[in-house]
Design a protein around this ligand. Structure first.
Ligand code: PMV
Length: 303
């Protein structure tokens, strides 16, 4: 039995603006993962355990079937007669990169089974194509952070830049319990942009500048500043209409309980918020988030 894994991710700054060419920052989250296992079988198929009852066959019009085919054409081989079973701890449609993680685990399992290694950037391209089939016009940030498993500063179409940290930062990720497809919020922002470019463009620019300032503040080890910038980023995302009452309540609960700052993360209108906390304050903020209605709170670190 061959197994492979892929991490989840969270966006620290710059979501939505990244689609328009502005910088964004994402970090891997290793406490939630997608997994793939391989068994011999009569024909190639993919089973999404706990997600879908029907097995995906090689010729199906499913992004994962297309991904397996694209992987095999890259390496010039036919699909092997195996069953790849995928499972995941990552909640779907909640801004944690579940689709990119499942796709990465799948491709790694397929390649591992054939004892083939491909460069990271080629794996990243394959996963980007799969994200395109799910989302339409992804910026590429999700697949990049999931494949490289490192904190990244990302501009669409460019190689990711690693972020150097001198301090250890503690983040809490709180799930609103509401699933909201990224495709829909990306479409909503596109609608706003097309109708009212004059007012929307400055908001996107400001989000991009915040991402730059957050990178500098991470490299300088300045938690207070990172927190303030995160909360500012949240206010700008509200102006883009991608927040919700529940997300605002969670962000507010975190800051009132003493977090350095907080913001929604990912597509928005549901999914998760992320808060930067002092380790000594972690339990208090965590409790405040649960009291405010978070269905789960996990901790992740940047170091
Ligand atoms: O997949 P999510 O929900 O974390 O969102 C990705 C970030 C967006 O900027 C909203 C979309 C994109 O393609 O970058």
């Amino acid at each position: 039995m061959y197994t492979s894994q892929a991490v989840s991710k969270i966006i620290l700054a710059g979501e939505h603006a990244v689609v328009y060419g502005h910088p964004a920052i994402a970090i891997p989250v290793s406490s939630l993962k997608a997994y793939a296992s391989v068994d011999q079988s009569k024909q190639f198929q993919i089973i999404l355990k706990d997600l879908d009852k029907v097995a995906i066959k090689a010729d199906d019009v499913h992004p994962f079937a297309k991904l397996a085919q694209a992987t095999q054409s890259l390496i010039g081989q036919e699909l092997p007669a195996i069953t790849i079973t995928l499972k995941s701890d990552i909640p779907i449609a909640s801004g944690l990169g579940s689709g990119a993680a499942l796709a990465t685990a799948l491709t790694r399992a397929l390649l591992n089974y054939q004892h083939i290694n491909i460069p990271q950037h080629e794996l990243n391209n394959l996963i980007y194509q799969s994200e395109e089939s799910f989302h339409g016009t992804p910026s590429g940030i999700d697949n990049t952070v999931v494949v490289y498993e490192k904190p990244i500063y990302y501009i669409k179409g460019q190689a990711p830049t690693p972020i150097n940290t001198i301090n250890n930062f503690t983040f809490l990720i709180a799930d609103s319990g509401i699933s909201a497809p990224t495709k829909e919020t990306v479409k909503a922002v596109r609608g706003l942009y097309d109708r009212d470019r004059q007012n929307i463009e400055p908001i996107l620019n400001e989000i991009g500048q915040i991402a730059n300032s957050i990178r500098d503040a991470i490299e300088a080890g300045n938690s207070k500043l990172i927190g303030e910038l995160m909360t500012e980023n949240h206010q700008l995302l509200r102006q883009l209409t991608v927040s919700s009452d529940k997300l605002d309540i969670l962000v507010n609960a975190a800051t009132v309980a003493g977090a350095f700052g907080a913001k929604l993360s990912g597509g928005g209108r549901g999914g998760n918020i992320i808060a930067l906390v002092h380790p000594e304050n972690q339990t208090t903020v965590q409790q405040a988030l649960v009291d405010a209605g978070a269905i789960r709170v996990i901790k992740t670190s940047l170091n």
